[in-house]
Structures are given as C-alpha cells and as structure tokens.
Ligand binder design. Structure first.
Ligand code: FMN
Length: 337
C-alpha cells in the first residue's frame, strides 16, 4: 500500500479525541454533536480548577456529571498547582465513576500561567512533579497531562521529559505551540517531533488539525502517532470527524447543521439562566463555525451583533434561507504541507 493509502486506512483506526474548549465543547454541545454528526471517540472536558477546602461544589461538576447524560466517553480535566487541592477534586471524579483524569499544563493565559497554573506549571519542575505524582497515585493507570512545547521558546517540554517519563501516565497530549504563541501562528512540528521521540508515553498530537488533508499530512510526517486531539476544527466544521475518516464522506448536509444548531439553542435555553447566556454560548460557537461557510465573515458580522435571541433566530433563519454554501476543505487547512 502507498504511504498515502496507508494513511487513509489509518484514519478509520486512529483515535480522535475532542479537545477541551472552555465555553464551547461543553456537555450539551458534546451530546448534541454526537446526535447529529459522527462523534469523536472520546473527549477531554474543559478544565475544572482546584480550590482550597475539601468540599467540592456540585455546580463545578455539572459539565462532567454522568447522570446528566454524557454521549461521548469523557475524561475530566483539572487545572491547578497544589497537590493537596488536587486530591479532593480527583476523588470527586472517582465518586462520579471516572477512572481517568487529565492535568492541564498548557493553558497559556498570562493570569493563569503567571500563578504557576496551566502552562506556568511546567516552569516549576518540583510543583509539576508533585502534581503528576499525586494524580498518578489517585488515578492509577488513568492520569494524563496536556502540555505545550514551552513558555517563550519550544524546548521547555523537552527539558521536562525525563520528569514526565518517570510517572506512569496514560498519555501525554502535546499542543504543538509555545504558551507565547497562545492559539495563533503555525504549529511547530520540529520541536513536536523532538518531544515525540523523547516521550515514553503514548503521545496525542494537538494543534490546528482541521481537515482530512491536515490529518494525512500529519500522519505522513508522524506515522507512529495514532491519537489526535481536535478542538477548534470541530467547532468550525462539525462534520469534521466523518470527513476526516473517509475520503468518500458524503457532502455536508445543510439540514443537519441547521438541526444541530436549532437543538443547541433550545437545549441551552433550558439549561442556562437567561437569554444573554444562551446568546453568548451560540456566539462562541459561531465565532468558529462561520469559518466553514462561504461569506463567513458577513455571516459572523450579523451574528455577533445580535442583542436578543429573537434577533439571533432571525439572522440564522436568514443564513439558512439563502445558504451561502461551505468553503472547500483546502480553505480550512491548518497544517501547511
Ligand atoms: C476558547 C478555548 C478554550 C480552551 N479551553 C481549554 C481547556 O479548558 N483545557 C485545555 O487543556 N485546553 C483548552 N484550550 C486549548 C485547546 O484544548 C487546544 O489545545 C487548542 O485549541 C489547540 O487545538 P485546536 O487547534 O485543535 O483547537 C482552549 C482553547 C480555546 C481556543
């Protein structure tokens, strides 16, 4: 089989995980996405912060509560730097039935990283090690970490790899950017390759995987990687998993996208308090979704200025009434050849 033929066959077998996107890949999104589209194999939930005190507020756990329905196999994620605060949170995950949890060591926002949380945790080897140790103690065989390549430059992860390798982690998800890059600029595939070679745990590739072309390019470059994490790509193109898996995937059906969006706004109205929150949630999604539509900037311009749900419904009905069509896959590519 040719390398590209092999990569195409792998697309059915490889593991695709939905990335955590706070405010976007929330429970209702995950569940309704799974109802309308081919779902990812699993998802990491948006982070839950550790906090002082032993009692975990139930509202903190709502997004991951199995009783509220979880259509996609889920791994809860924590963000924090204090192992004694990590323990009660992990125990509350276990009480809900989870055997796995993930540590966020990649959040780049300065107000988080400066406090030694998220990507900032990687700066302090001792604190990072204590968090990994406690996580592995509490979740034997089920603890994983999500990291970036570094803070300002792309070599901190490599420096921490010996430490990371010394714990029995389930996997390491690497967002192939530095914290300084935030979410912009090209992913850095050379430093990713170096980290991949140095890591003894299964590695999950993360960053800008938006099309089947991206998958094939990444797979050709990293044939040993079988786990892929996708965030914004799925929010841009909810059809992505089926299109990623099969070269002959059917055309995107407008009616399915419309059905999903209608369900999402209705379910959000039941779930959230007040139309402002519902509108905010829909705008978060449209901030990505418009990128897969022709004349997307015009559509986004009309959606983002909506002040009421009535206005929102009018605008969205207008978009689907004279649907502009989807952009070609090549226009969404995130990985350059
Ligand atoms: C709005 C937003 C929220 C995010 N929330 C989280 C989070 O809660 N936990 C986390 O580990 N990463 C979070 N991320 C990072 C993503 O999981 C992912 O690493 C990043 O977007 C790159 O992957 P992508 O190009 O496939 O989106 C967030 C990113 C964005 C844009």
């Amino acid at each position: 089989m040719s390398p590209s033929g092999r990569a195409a066959a792998d697309a059915e077998l490889d593991d695709v995980c939905l990335a955590p996107l706070r405010g976007v890949t929330v429970r209702t999104f995950r569940n309704l996405h799974a109802l309308w589209f081919r779902p990812p194999d699993r998802a990491v939930a948006p982070f839950i912060p550790t906090f002082a005190g032993a009692k975990v507020k139930p509202t903190l756990l709502k997004d991951i509560d199995p009783e509220l329905g979880q259509s996609v196999a889920l791994v809860p994620q924590v963000i924090g730097k204090d192992p004694e605060q990590l323990r009660p949170l992990l125990r509350s995950f276990k009480a809900l039935g989870y055997a796995c949890a993930d540590l966020n060591a990649g959040c780049p926002w300065p107000f988080v990283a400066k406090k030694g949380r998220g990507a900032g945790l990687m700066r302090d080897a001792a604190a990072f090690g204590r968090m990994l140790e406690t996580g592995c103690e509490e979740m034997p065989g089920g603890f994983s970490v999500k990291v970036r390549l570094g803070m300002d430059g792309p070599d901190l992860l490599l420096q921490r790899m010996e430490l990371i390798n010394s714990f029995p982690l389930r996997e390491v998800a690497i967002h192939a950017r530095t914290a300084k890059q935030m979410y912009e600029g090209q992913v850095l595939l050379e430093p990713f390759a170096a980290a991949l070679a140095a890591c003894r745990h299964p590695v999950v590739y993360n960053g800008d995987l938006r099309t089947r072309g991206d998958y094939l390019r990444l797979k050709a470059r990293f044939p040993g990687v079988t786990r892929w994490m996708i965030g914004r790509g799925l929010a841009m193109d909810p059809f992505l998993i089926e299109r990623l898996r099969r070269e002959d995937a059917a055309e995107r059906e407008v009616a399915r996208l419309k059905g999903f969006l209608d369900d999402y706004v209705a379910a959000s109205a039941e779930e959230l308090y007040g139309p402002v929150s519902v509108l905010g949630r829909m705008k978060e999604l449209w901030g990505y979704l418009h990128l897969s539509l022709r004349q997307g900037e015009r559509v986004w311009g009309s959606v983002k200025i909506c002040r009421t749900l009535e206005e929102y419904h009018r605008v969205v009905e207008g978009v689907f009434g004279a649907f502009p069509g989807f952009v070609a896959d090549g226009e969404l590519d995130g990985i350059v050849g």
